[in-house]
Design a protein around this ligand. Sequence first.
Ligand code: NAD
Length: 247
Amino acid sequence: MLKGKIAVVTGGTRGIGMAIVKAYLSEGASVALFGSKPETVNKALEEVKAEYPNADVMGLSPNLSSYSEVEKAISEVKEHYGKIDILVNNAGISAMEPIYNYEPSAFDNIMDLNVNSVFYCSKAVAPIMKEQGGGVILNTSSMVSIYGQTSGCGYPTSKFAVNGLTKSLARELGKDNIRVNAVLPGVTRTDMVAALPKEMVDRIAATIPLGRVGEPEEVANAFVFLASDKASYITGATLTVDGATQV
Ligand code: NAD
């Protein structure tokens, strides 16, 4: 579904991002994965190459909180591949602190990565996509962008902002044939969830109509579809992949 496409995936070293990287490679795309540290990027590249020996994949570790570093990394990808068709803004951190002991600096940090970096990467890639006649920007939001959550208010706040960026950029960039959509995963079995006691995961799963948490590959499938030409008239959408979770 993505033959010949060039994709950038931030937070591509593990979890949902790594599942997106692998799904894109199996659909024929070439991928530049971004991670926070060169060591984790190298480890991720090794894992990917072991599974997909013929994969065309590269890795970079720009500081996503710095627009100049983001711009440099995006230029490097463009130089290497000659174009960028897909940007997936996936890197993100969550929060659980109650407001009573929520450090203002922690709130700033979460907005910095979860919101500012989405703006930075989109801003850096948009002129490239415009010049080449179009492209796709996909953002990893969350089901908490619908429900909020009972502590760690910075996390849902950041994901509401991601939905806002998604809808606004879809309207702004439609004329340049750049589609912008968000995927809203529910509880997904990444390292974070895998580390929870089984009883806790079972308790969460029992509240989900499909009776289980999601797998990263199931979330990645939504990113494949939305990046593909099959989604050519879909922009400004927020697609939930959460087993019909109701909070
Ligand atoms: P994860 O912790 O497994 O992976 C996070 C990724 O972000 C990693 O690749 C990491 O390198 C990158 N990252 C973290 N801090 C960074 C930084 N400062 N600079 C650059 N990169 C950084 O998490 P995940 O569960 O795979 O989450 C991926 C996305 O999915 C996030 O945006 C998260 O909010 C969202 N999400 C996850 C779930 C879930 O249940 N796992 C549910 C809804 C939404």
